[in-house]
Design a binder for this molecule. Structure first.
Ligand SMILES: Cc1ncc(COP(=O)(O)O)c(C=O)c1O
Length: 481
């Protein structure tokens, strides 16, 4: 091991990253290169000709960095991947060096203690008491999977872990759910045909009467409720269900309530909009992704559980080779006994360092700035009659669509896809498109420390100009067709 080379390359890399972040506004946000060229660029046999770290760094600067999607760029307002905070970046560097394996106490005592404390911060934010527990995961997908499995196991009185699922059971969620819920009901053996995806109201919240009807219909047909999933921040729009109503229905039906706050969990940090996730403490389990709206670098998701014992009941299998025989009073916590993953990266370090470096109030200010930016765009939209905004933003996600009177649904969809693609190709902004209630929308979602209201103004001007131009082209094609 050449420590001096490591030291030199490391110093260079930290300088490189500091400059990268400082000058991020000058970068083209999204690459122009086509996928085939990129695959070609990386095509080579397994290297067997050792190179210096500085040579490798040059190759990285030449082949990798120019073709990244620069989510740190203030114009990135796309799929929910934040600009990572710099303290979190350093934390991940150190976590790799220490390589603590959080599965077992014996491979990271202080890291396990830190992780448990970070989990406690998150459960405190929800309003759980000290019976609560949890686990940091690769993200919301895995956390939702664990939440649904916990629900399956609790509602079936811990039989499903052994016998498999007996009888017919259903899971209830709004049509605005994230796809992780569909994957989870499949993975735990409930079956996607038993996922009831229910309509939403004008604010894109689950319609409670539709939920009541679906449960009643199922029960008449011998299908029992196993889990209700509440959404606290939908992927499309940041809509939050009536969690108090869901809590009382789940209690009455004796089934599990899981709340997906993968994105919306950031609202728990907001200084300006407290109490937006009212009722979240009623959930039996909650997903929150620090790698979304806590501005932590990937990956850091979390499953948080009201009663820690449920984790042990669902996952507590302890083979001899993983039993910690030296733990006299059972105080050497083994994450793998209380979770799905075994080898587990030291994810809490970046969350811990972020809170220590910036403090909760500052992170909450970033959240509030992002909410303000979405609301500002909404105000610009409703002040003119060019776009429609799905609803007043409740979080930092906003969906808008171009109004072009008599164009067909297909023409309008194409217009939105074409404009998004054009804006992507210009490299100043990136946002997604989506479908809601049968219509195509631009989905714009700042989760970014560097975005300002000025960027929203610029984006709005670009959208207006591009959409009008695209409409003219479509009409011209209609005349010539
Ligand atoms: C509401 C919601 N749940 C779950 C997920 C999945 O999270 P991850 O991508 O961290 O696995 C997402 C991702 O955007 C989400 O928006």
């Amino acid at each position: 091991m050449q420590y001096e080379e490591f030291r030199e390359a490391g110093h260079y890399l930290v300088d490189y990253i500091a400059d990268y972040l400082k000058n991020i506004d000058n970068k083209r946000l999204f690459t122009e290169i086509n996928p085939a060229e990129l695959y070609k660029l990386f095509e080579e046999a397994i290297p067997d000709n050792p190179k210096s770290l500085s040579e490798i760094q040059s190759t990285i600067e030449e082949k990798l960095i120019p073709y990244c999607t620069h989510v740190n760029h203030p114009g990135y307002m796309g799929l929910i991947t934040p600009s990572p905070n710099p303290a979190g970046i350093l934390a991940d560097f150190l976590a790799s060096a220490l390589n603590q394996n959080l599965g077992a106490w014996s491979i990271g005592p202080s890291a396990v203690a830190m992780e448990r404390e970070v989990i406690r911060w998150l459960t405190d934010m929800i309003g759980y008491n000290d019976k609560a527990g949890g686990n940091l995961t690769s993200g919301g997908m895995m956390a939702n999977f664990i939440g649904i499995k916990l629900g399956r196991d609790w509602t079936t009185k811990d039989h499903a872990q052994h016998e498999g699922l007996q009888g017919k059971w259903a899971v209830y969620v709004s049509e605005e759910r994230h796809v992780s819920i569909d994957k989870a009901v499949d993975a735990v053996g409930i079956g996607r045909d038993f996922l009831r995806t229910l309509p939403t109201n004008e604010k894109y919240q689950l319609q409670i009467d539709a939920l009541e009807e679906a449960i009643a219909r199922d029960k008449e047909n011998g299908v029992r409720p196993i889990c209700i999933v509440g959404l606290a921040g939908t992927t499309n729009l940041g809509a939050s269900d009536d969690l108090e109503a869901l809590g009382s229905i789940a209690k009455r039906e004796n089934c599990w309530l899981h709340v997906d706050a993968a994105y919306g969990g950031g609202m728990l940090l907001s200084n300006k909009y407290p109490g937006q996730l009212k009722g979240i403490h009623l959930a039996d389990s909650v997903t929150i992704d620090p790698h979304k709206w806590f501005y932590a670098p990937l990956d850091a998701g979390a499953i948080l559980v009201k009663d820690h014992d449920r984790l042990t009941k669902s996952f507590g299998i302890q083979p001899a080779y993983l039993t910690d025989q030296t733990s006299q009073k059972n105080e050497r916590y083994l994450f793998y006994v209380h979770g799905f993953e075994q080898s587990k990266r030291f994810r809490s370090l970046k969350v811990w360092m972020s809170f220590h470096h910036y403090g909760k109030t500052q992170i909450g200010e970033w959240v509030d700035n992002n909410i303000g930016q979405a609301k500002y765009l909404h105000q610009m939209v409703i002040a003119e009659d060019i776009f429609e905004s799905a609803t007043e933003p409740m979080m930092s996600a906003i969906c808008i669509r171009y109004k072009a009177g008599d164009l067909t649904k297909q023409q309008l969809s194409k217009l939105h896809f074409d404009v998004a693609a054009q804006i992507e190709s210009e490299g100043q902004f990136w946002f997604a498109t989506t479908e809601m209630k049968g219509k195509t929308w631009f989905r714009i979602n700042p989760v970014n420390i560097r975005t300002t209201q000025q960027h929203m103004e610029q984006l709005y001007q670009v959208l207006k100009q591009k959409c009008k131009q695209a409409e003219v082209e479509i009409r011209r094609e209609m005349i010539t067709a």
